[in-house]
Each structure stands twice: as structure tokens, then as C-alpha cells.
Design a binder for this molecule. Structure first.
Ligand SMILES: NC(=O)c1ccc[n+]([C@@H]2O[C@H](COP(=O)([O-])OP(=O)(O)OC[C@H]3O[C@@H](n4cnc5c(N)ncnc54)[C@H](O)[C@@H]3O)[C@@H](O)[C@H]2O)c1
Ligand SMILES: [Zn+2]
Ligand SMILES: [Zn+2]
Length: 406
């Protein structure tokens, strides 16, 4: 089958790889009808996130049709349309049963303290989903059946993006009427704006520097701030009567950029040495050259802005991805009595409710989808998404594989 394969920083290829097979009685085999490219995939290709061996298939977002099931999968049948949650749970450990499926004790092959298990992150047995077929472990506990009313263009955003953003809004402890600021207007940021509204936020601010992404945020009713034209901390203070937003959601992560123009660039320049130190320590293998696959230049920028702008006793929710290491401005957070919550999304906890929300028409995820490309054009699509080309916000990949003869 065809798949998007990682070969090193800045080197991904569409290749023929071995077809997956059912291994365990709890497995299902799916034919993928839609997958997608995520900001998390970009971190790997830019070299900011490490741990992926050459030869690994990328991707952790998919919708598909079940082709085969193991004997211990009792709640699905061949032919069912399903959405695949990006993180993988067993369904029976104490964490899974409590709704912390991303902290499952069982599924990470390296053991219970090795971190979240997910597809396309180089974990043994969990090949990526930017492919024509996939083996889904613990299928009964993970897969979510799709109703006919939710098509692939909507369903693909239920695999990772919408649940992550909704989790981000949950972590932010949004109460009706609260003022929320969302940093980052990529797909996660766009859904974080929608999710803040679903949590009855009174006002939502959105910060980025990409015009087409800020336009989309504004179309959703967010108050847009371009950090290359204005100082976001100053604007947020001024527009909230000096109080600051009650809640902040970081939907950017370690590839954060410092402003290159405007009033905030001056302050960022002063911090350059600090950012350089972070880059050296946290992302030694990241690509810093050219305009393609270029890592962000200021890993802690969003964390700093969020802590500075928040109202006293406010809440910071971090769903953007960060590596281990010293990066967080703990002193100021402590001094302001902030609550800080962070994590990998327990996708399976949120997906069934979000499927219902989409089916009723309360949210139309396909509005965020800007491109649908055949899997065969995946590399070019990756490049355009990485460069944040105007209008490229969320890319769906269609394998268009033929159903195999039984
Ligand atoms: N916690 C989870 O389970 C989970 C799940 C999915 C994605 N993620 C992470 O969420 C983050 C966002 O994902 P995405 O797909 O939307 O990524 P993306 O790369 O498409 O979007 C990131 C956006 O942040 C903007 N940005 C850069 N520097 C900024 C700054 N200083 N201030 C404000 N905005 C800035 C960029 O211009 C871009 O629009 C990534 O780090 C991704 O790895 C986490
Ligand atoms: Zn993703
Ligand atoms: Zn578990």
C-alpha cells in the first residue's frame, strides 16, 4: 500500500510499504478513506520533535471502513464506517476508565510511564495513518462508529483536531461570560475558538500572524490580533480594561515564532539570547534554514505572552505540544495565582459527544477544511501547509484505495 514515510528532518516520501495485518484478537483492519496533516506531523519533519526513526509512517488522523475484525471485537462489523481517535487506549485500565485515555497504562509498548500512545509517533505496532490501510489495536475500546449524516470531510476533523480543541477549552475552565484568548489560529486554534463559544465564553480573542488564518478566526466572531502589527499583550490589556483575559489557550506549541515586525518585535529582540538557549537545549536537531520545514524561533513565546496577559487567578490551558525541559515562566505564573493545565487529549472521551454535535448541525467542522488532496499528492500538500500558504489551514488526504478482493 502507499503511505507517507519519514526519512529524516525535511525528508518525507510517498512510498510503497507492507500492508498491515490483524495480529491480535482485539485488532481491526481498516481501509482509510480520509486522513489529514496535523501541526504535530510538522514538528517531526521540522526536527523540533524527535524520536521518529527513518522508515516510520506518519499521521494520526483517520476515517475509514472496517475490512476485517479480530474475534474479540464484538461491537463492530465489517463495513462499518469509523473515526479513529489519535491517542490509543485499552479501555480497561484505571486511567482509561476514568476518562484519561491518553494516560493509558497498557497501550504504550515502552510501559505505563513512557507517555501517550498514538499513531505515527514511531511507537512499535502503531504505524501512521497517512496510508491506505491501518491496523487498529484495541479496536472495541477505541473506534467510534459514524452515522451516515457525518461525511468524511466532517469526520476527519473529529479524529484529533476538534477533540483537542474542545479538551483545551475544558482545561481552560471557561465559565459563561469569560473572556478567552486563543494563541494560534491553525486548525486546533480555529476549533478552540468554536469550543470556547460552545463553553459560553463572552468574548474570544485570537492571536496569530497569518492573515488568512486571522480572517477565518474573525469569521467565527473572534477578535483578531496580528502579532506582527500589534503587541498582543498590550492590546489584550487595553481591550479588557487593564484586567486581561480570564482564560488562555495555547494552540501553538514548541514551533512558536517571535514577532518579526511591529511593536512586539522590539521586546522579542531583547529576548533573543534566551530563545536561542531554549532552541539549543530543547530542539538541537531542528531545521533553522530556508523557508521550508523551518522550526519556530521562540519556543517559550506563547507561554510568556499567555502568563503576562492573563487576569490574576486566571487559567492557562496548554494543548500545543512541548518537549521536556525548562521553558515555562513559573515565577510570574506563581505570583499571579494562575492555574495551569496541560496535556495530550484523551480523544476517546470526547469523540462520541462531538460526533453527535456535528450530526445535529450545531458545528460544521468542514468549514475549517480548506484542501482535499489525493494521498499521491501528499508531499506537495505537506510543503504548502508547512509554509502556511495563504488559505492552507487544514488539509485532508484521500487514499482512494480500491477495496481488496476478499
Ligand atoms: N495536546 C494534544 O493532544 C494535541 C493534539 C493535536 C495537536 N496538538 C498540537 O497543537 C498545536 C497546534 O496544532 P495545529 O495543527 O493547529 O498547528 P499549526 O502549525 O497549523 O498552527 C500553529 C499556528 O500557530 C501560529 N503561531 C506561531 N507562533 C505564534 C505566536 N507566537 N503566537 C500566536 N500564534 C503563533 C502559526 O502561525 C500557526 O498558524 C501543535 O503544537 C500540535 O502539535 C496537540
Ligand atoms: Zn493531529
Ligand atoms: Zn488503558
Amino acid at each position: 500500500m502507499k503511505a507517507v514515510v519519514f526519512h529524516g528532518v525535511g525528508d518525507i516520501r510517498l512510498e510503497t510499504v507492507r500492508d498491515p495485518k490483524i495480529k491480535d484478537p482485539t485488532d481491526a483492519l481498516i481501509r482509510i478513506t480520509a486522513s489529514a496533516i496535523c501541526g504535530t506531523d510538522l514538528h517531526f519533519v521540522r526536527g523540533t520533535l524527535t524520536g521518529l526513526e527513518p522508515g516510520a509512517t506518519l499521521g494520526h488522523e483517520a476515517v475509514g471502513v472496517i475490512e476485517e475484525i479480530g474475534k474479540d471485537v464484538r461491537n463492530f462489523k465489517v463495513g462499518d464506517r469509523v473515526v479513529v481517535p489519535s491517542t490509543i487506549c485499552c479501555g480497561y485500565c484505571s486511567y482509561c476508565r476514568a476518562g484519561y485515555q491518553s494516560q493509558c497504562d497498557v497501550t504504550n509498548p515502552e510501559g505505563p510511564r513512557a507517555g501517550t500512545a498514538y499513531y505515527g509517533g514511531g511507537m512499535q505496532g502503531f504505524d501512521g495513518l497517512q496510508a491506505e490501510y491501518a491496523r487498529i489495536a484495541y479496536a472495541a475500546a477505541n473506534l467510534v462508529k459514524l452515522p451516515d449524516g457525518v461525511d468524511d470531510d466532517c469526520a476527519i476533523l473529529l479524529s484529533d483536531i476538534f477533540p483537542t480543541a474542545y479538551f483545551g477549552a475544558d482545561l481552560a475552565e471557561i465559565r459563561p461570560g469569560d473572556t478567552v484568548v486563543v494563541f494560534g489560529c491553525g486548525p486546533v486554534g480555529q476549533f478552540a475558538i468554536a469550543s470556547a463559544k460552545l463553553h459560553d465564553a463572552g468574548r474570544v480573542f485570537a492571536v496569530d500572524c497569518v492573515a488568512s488564518r486571522l480572517d477565518m478566526a474573525r469569521d467565527q466572531g473572534a477578535e483578531a490580533i496580528d502579532f506582527n502589527r500589534e503587541d498582543p499583550v498590550e492590546v489584550l490589556q487595553r481591550m479588557t480594561g487593564g484586567i486581561g483575559p480570564d482564560r488562555a489557550i495555547d494552540a501553538v506549541g514548541l514551533d512558536a515564532m517571535a514577532p518579526s515586525a511591529g511593536p512586539a518585535a522590539k521586546e522579542a529582540k531583547k529576548q533573543r539570547a534566551g530563545f536561542q538557549k531554549e532552541l539549543k537545549e530543547l530542539e538541537p536537531e531542528a531545521n533553522r534554514r530556508g523557508s521550508q520545514w523551518r522550526a519556530g524561533d521562540a519556543p517559550s513565546q506563547v507561554l510568556q505572552w499567555a502568563v503576562q496577559c492573563l487576569a490574576k487567578a486566571g487559567t492557562l490551558s496548554i494543548v500545543g505540544l512541548y518537549p521536556e525541559g525548562r521553558i515555562f515562566p513559573i515565577g510570574q505564573a506563581m505570583d499571579k495565582n494562575l492555574t495551569v493545565k496541560a496535556g495530550n487529549t484523551p480523544h476517546r472521551k470526547y469523540i462520541p459527544d462531538l460526533v453527535d454535535l456535528v450530526e445535529t448541525g450545531a458545528v460544521d467542522p468542514a468549514e475549517i477544511l480548506t484542501q482535499t488532496e489525493p494521498l499521491t499528492d501528499a508531499i506537495e500538500a505537506y510543503k504548502a501547509f508547512d509554509r502556511r500558504e495563504p488559505g492552507w489551514i487544514k488539509v485532508e488526504l484521500r487514499p482512494e484505495a480500491k477495496r481488496k478482493a476478499a
